[in-house]
Design a protein around this ligand. Structure first.
Ligand SMILES: C[S@@+](CC[C@H](N)C(=O)[O-])C[C@H]1O[C@@H](n2cnc3c(N)ncnc32)[C@H](O)[C@@H]1O
Length: 347
């Protein structure tokens, strides 16, 4: 597939004499995150700056491993079962999934990590590290917190009620550019119509739709799953969600490579970019419950029968509660798209 972060967009256009300084957010974030010396190329990796579900608990990788086992059954236990960790960070999820799989399944798994950053030292030799998804995947393609990092342009309504492209300098200063036109305008009209009130903002999710359609399009049979902070039509945030993260704290987004730049994902638009029967959009809470993660406290009787087991079960319960918390990770969206298999998540 084509490199998903490359390609022209309205925000990449020549902005006249200010060309070197003022850029759309998409071009600015792309350089800041993935360019030479970019935020995601730094040695500490994403875990140095924020916690995803993968970092929060090994229970998450365990649940993904159970999902992979269900896909395996649905595919008839093939000789080669693909697992693709899309936007793998430092390979934490794929490592955890391999560790959690039953030996007979692990022995058949072809594990691939797709990531723009370099292969981490010491990664399990069974994991292939690559910058593009493989072709003809038969198994599970899983993208945790990828799409929120696919750079997008930002539109803001001016005093006359016209949505204009937001331009930004490397120090984070913004000004308004040309009216949003072309594919970007069509995307806004379809997915995130802006009212006429000055200051309303929206992120133009088209590059994410295309990125998801290309990545999920590599699936020949099995399941493609995208998990992210999400919103859907009817509940878009009126001023958008563009923000930064640095060393564990939310911060003003500044496209200078010093911080993450992220925005919640219009996951319904991504789903429609690759319309497939059986597509599901559900919360992480519901998805993980379907995979057996409830967050319930262990029975008190266990405390006297098996004190060490009780303490372990309590720790698991508190981690499961974090992964399924409605206002936190549990509120994330799961976009689930099967190809040639029935619903293995909720069915
Ligand atoms: C927020 S981190 C998530 C890492 C991991 N999936 C997790 O949940 O902990 C986003 C990752 O996506 C990677 N990424 C962004 N665009 C990518 C692309 N087009 N191909 C591969 N990796 C990409 C970044 O380099 C970064 O490591």
């Amino acid at each position: 597939m084509a490199p998903v972060t490359a390609g022209a967009a309205d925000g990449d256009r020549d902005e006249g004499r200010d060309r070197d300084e003022w850029r759309g957010w998409r071009a600015a974030a792309r350089a800041a995150l993935y360019g030479p010396g970019g935020f995601y190329r730094r040695p500490e990796g994403p875990a140095g700056h924020f916690r995803t579900s993968v970092h929060a608990s090994p229970l998450f990788a365990g649940a993904v491993a159970r999902l992979l086992c269900r896909v395996d059954e649905a595919l008839g236990r093939p000789a080669v079962l693909d697992f693709v960790d899309m936007a793998a960070g430092r390979g934490e999820l794929v490592t955890g999934v391999l560790a959690a799989l039953p030996a007979d399944v692990a022995a058949r798994v072809r594990a691939r990590a797709v990531e723009l950053a370099d292969r981490p030292a010491g990664l399990d030799h069974r994991i292939e590290w690559r910058t593009e998804p493989p072709e003809r995947v038969a198994g599970l393609l899983f993208a945790n917190e990828w799409l929120d990092n696919v750079p997008v342009d930002v539109a803001e309504v001016d005093a006359a009620g016209v949505p204009r492209l937001v331009l930004v300098r490397e120090d984070g200063t913004e000004r308004l550019g040309d009216p949003v036109a072309g594919d970007g305008a069509r995307w806004l009209a379809r997915w995130w119509p802006l009212g006429a009130e000055e200051g309303l903002r929206a992120e133009i999710g088209l590059p994410r739709d295309r990125a998801w359609a290309a990545a999920a399009g590599t699936l020949a049979r099995g399941l493609a799953v995208a998990v992210d902070y999400a919103h859907t039509a009817g509940a878009r945030p009126p001023f958008g969600t563009l923000t930064g993260f640095r060393e564990g704290r939310e911060t003003t987004p500044v496209p200078d490579g010093s911080c993450d730049i992220t925005a919640h994902v219009a996951l319904d638009a991504c789903a429609a970019a690759r319309p497939l029967p059986g597509t599901l959009l559900l919360s992480q809470r519901d998805a993980l419950r379907s995979l057996g993660l409830t967050g319930g406290r262990p029975p008190l009787a266990l405390a006297s029968a098996d004190p060490a087991g009780y303490v372990r079960a309590l720790a698991d319960a508190s981690q499961a509660a974090e992964l399924t918390a409605p206002g936190g990770l549990g509120g994330f969206g799961w976009l689930v798209q099967p190809v040639g298999i029935p619903d293995v998540l909720t069915g």
